[in-house]
Design a protein. Structure first.
Length: 265
């Protein structure tokens, strides 16, 4: 750790700092930044990943919530003219407005306590994002890439796979961090689709249906949909109503949502 960071890791900010040089290099190799990229790093911490990213790409904006980390980060990277740091909660940051006409490449060893809401926040700006490389709890990476019928398959899998290509890249053990987290971690790459493989007519409705489906994993589709559509004629559904919602593929959820969108119109 640089001696200008007189910093004790704060649990409430999900601070587990990367100290394993090999892993940091592996992450940056996976990102493969180019000089012309617009990089955004969420939660630079003490700048472990930032440093190597900046060596390859001068245009980097870091978003950090912990105000005590801002002065030492500014000092550490004072010689990089296109480095800027924004003291803000990434959950409230408008990535779309920030991107303007550019596409952002987003990187982050994310605070695990906010990773799911942050992923949903970012999906809202998918049109402004080229790709995202994140360190997450391994269990979350497994959920992101899960296939229908598996235990890990849920709302997060369906909604993220609807919007993005998901690639789990490599695991990262707890001892690569200080302090060491209690869980295993992994790196994932999310690439928003430029052309959607399946298009929901009403994406909010798709989200509502997916939410309700996974709130009651053991129910049949017929019963799971009842709270939303009490008068639904299950025989008319494009999917067998006796199936469990957790067995539906992303494409089938889209088919179902498009059918329900017609009922609403
Ligand atoms: N990137 C550093 C590393 O790999 O060593 C630090 C990673 S640490 C797991 C998470 C970082 O995100 C911390 O620096 C923390 O202060 C910051 N953070 C926590 N909540 C945040 C939020 N809502 N918005 C932006 N940054 C946040």
């Amino acid at each position: 750790m640089d001696n200008f960071f007189q910093h004790r890791a704060r649990k409430r900010f999900g601070q587990n700092f990367l100290v394993d040089e090999n892993i940091i290099e592996k992450i940056v190799r996976a990102v493969a930044p180019r000089e012309s990229d617009r990089l955004v790093e969420i939660g630079p911490g003490q700048g472990a990943i930032t440093q190597l990213l900046l060596a390859r790409c001068p245009s980097l904006t870091a978003i950090e919530l912990d105000r005590d980390l801002i002065p030492p980060l500014k000092f550490k990277f004072r010689n990089y003219e296109q480095f800027q740091i924004i003291e803000q909660d990434a959950l409230k940051f408008d990535f779309g407005e920030f991107a303007g006409d550019n596409k952002l490449r987003i990187v982050g060893n994310l605070p695990y306590n906010i990773s799911t809401p942050l992923l949903f926040h970012l999906l809202g700006f998918r049109g402004a994002i080229q790709d995202m490389h994140f360190m997450l709890q391994k269990e979350v990476v497994d959920r992101l890439g899960a296939t229908p019928g598996s235990k890990a398959y849920g709302r997060l899998s369906v909604m993220v796979q609807y919007f993005c290509r998901v690639q789990g890249l490599f695991p990262v053990p707890p001892q690569s961090f200080r302090p060491a987290p209690k869980v295993d971690s992994a790196i994932v790459r999310l690439t928003p689709h430029t052309t959607q493989p399946h298009t929901a007519r009403d994406e909010k409705l798709l989200e509502r249906i997916v939410n309700i489906a996974f709130q009651q994993r053991r129910k049949t589709l017929r019963n799971a949909l009842k709270p939303l559509y009490p008068d639904l004629d299950a025989n008319q559904l494009p999917i067998d109503a006796g199936r469990r919602p957790e067995t539906l593929s992303v494409q089938e959820f889209v088919q179902l949502a498009n059918y329900c969108a017609e009922l609403d119109s």
